[in-house]
Design a binder for this molecule. Structure first.
Ligand SMILES: C[S@@+](CC[C@H](N)C(=O)[O-])C[C@H]1O[C@@H](n2cnc3c(N)ncnc32)[C@H](O)[C@@H]1O
Length: 248
């Protein structure tokens, strides 16, 4: 059951605008380089693709790593990419993205777009890859269900959805450890950005109910940070990445 606040409010771009210049520093105070390693964790497993959609990439660190990786793979991969559309509703976060990739040889492939994903129009079966890092937890469950349903329609039949996010383990010490930190982070983002949720929404079950299955999956030792590559369940050979990687 959603609280009154969860029903009435949406995250505020102004809050993210305010956070943008400090975002990386605040993250480093708690995680050092840890979250960035998880953002990059499964980049190697992503096969070459033409149409890419990044959502809520914040200050653009994953976008930059993605471009670096394309470049390192050589011209076969980088020439294949036609368009990388990156949508964020914070003008300041987009400014950071623009700055971060300003000198990148592949920047001309990137189209930065200022907009709210909850009001956006998506093409049908267009994207070979959708990327969301620490983004799906910005939404209350009904919003997320609607968004995931729209985006699965936008995903090409053989497409992949790369999700990096926090999860809450369901038992043991890890459950309490993650629960405590997630409560602190939710309180911080509610204060700064009017985040509409008070607890983590289980994006994994929503993605699965939209017909997606994780093809690759890694999680950290304390089981509360995961990197997963999803594809449609009825496309078992959708990617090169059909193995399941166990926790480290
Ligand atoms: C928690 S930050 C995550 C940033 C980045 N992906 C990362 O890995 O740290 C959420 C990002 O999503 C953006 N965002 C949140 N709600 C949005 C919405 N409804 N439409 C577009 N962007 C949104 C914010 O501006 C912010 O850049």
């Amino acid at each position: 059951m959603l609280s009154h606040r969860e029903r009435m409010s949406d995250s505020s771009p102004r809050g993210y605008d305010r956070l943008a210049p400090w975002y990386q520093t605040i993250e480093r105070l708690r995680f050092a380089g840890g979250l960035q390693r998880w953002r990059e964790r499964l980049l190697d497993e992503i096969p070459p693709c033409r149409q890419v959609l990044f959502l809520g990439d914040g200050d653009g660190r994953l976008l930059k790593s993605f471009l670096d990786q394309l470049l390192n793979r050589g011209p076969t991969s980088s020439n294949l990419v036609e368009n990388i559309r990156s949508v964020d509703f914070s003008a300041k976060m987009l400014q950071c993205q623009r700055k971060r990739i300003a000198r990148h040889p592949l920047r001309h492939k990137v189209q930065l777009e200022h907009g709210d994903v909850l009001n956006a129009q998506w093409p049908t079966r267009q994207y070979d890859l959708i990327v969301t890092a620490f983004f799906l937890d910005c939404f209350a469950e009904p919003q997320l269900r609607r968004l995931v349903s729209q985006l699965t329609t936008a995903l090409a039949p053989e497409g992949l959805w790369y999700v990096v996010d926090f999860t809450q383990p369901d038992r043991g010490l890890a459950k309490h450890w993650a629960g405590g930190w997630l409560a602190v982070m939710h309180a911080f983002f509610r204060w700064q950005t009017d985040l509409p949720t008070r607890r983590l929404v289980h994006a994994d079950s929503i993605l699965k109910s939209s017909g997606l299955e994780p093809r690759c999956f890694q999680q950290n030792r304390t089981r509360w940070i995961t990197s997963s590559l999803y594809s449609f369940a009825e496309k078992p050979n959708a990617s090169d990445c059909s193995r399941r990687i166990s926790s480290e």
